[in-house]
Design a protein. Structure first.
Length: 152
């Protein structure tokens, strides 16, 4: 009988190693944690997100992201602003200094990504990308099913 790969263990191990390496590089380049880089990157792609949206994108708790945004605002990387149409909602915007930092750190992250994929052919890279996308989608489905079963 063929043994199944221990996907949960292997993904967790790979993520931990990647996160440590990327965190070291972004800290060396810009005194920025990997999570802070994630905030800047998300805002560079879609400025004006809420802390809740950023928390979901980064798979972090809203209080953790809120504290991180406070620290980033102190460094003039981002700013908080009340939503123009809903004053209860606060949006986060990239400041010029944050844009400069992301411009400096994005090439570092791209370089790391390229180095990770270098041993693989284009076809293998496509398979890796599809695998990770499907794995993430399947994990969401499993989580939703588990939540449904627990509520019944």
């Amino acid at each position: 009988m063929k043994r199944s790969p221990k996907i949960f263990y292997l993904m967790n191990r790979a993520y931990a190693a990647l996160a440590r390496a990327a965190d070291r590089r972004t800290k060396a380049e810009a005194e920025l944690s990997l999570a802070q880089h994630g905030v800047l990157f998300a805002l560079s792609m879609n400025d004006g997100l809420t802390a809740g949206h950023l928390a979901k994108m980064l798979s972090m708790g809203k209080p953790s992201v809120s504290g991180m945004i406070d620290r980033m605002a102190e460094r003039n990387l981002v700013r908080r602003e009340k939503d123009a149409t809903d004053g209860r909602m606060v949006r986060v915007f990239l400041q010029a200094q944050g844009a400069a930092v992301i411009a400096r750190t994005n090439p570092v992250v791209k370089e790391m990504n390229a180095a990770l994929l270098a041993p693989f052919s284009d076809e293998e890279q496509d398979v890796i990308g599809r695998f990770l996308k499907h794995l993430a989608e399947n994990a969401e489905d499993v989580l939703a099913q588990t939540a449904k079963e627990e509520s019944e």
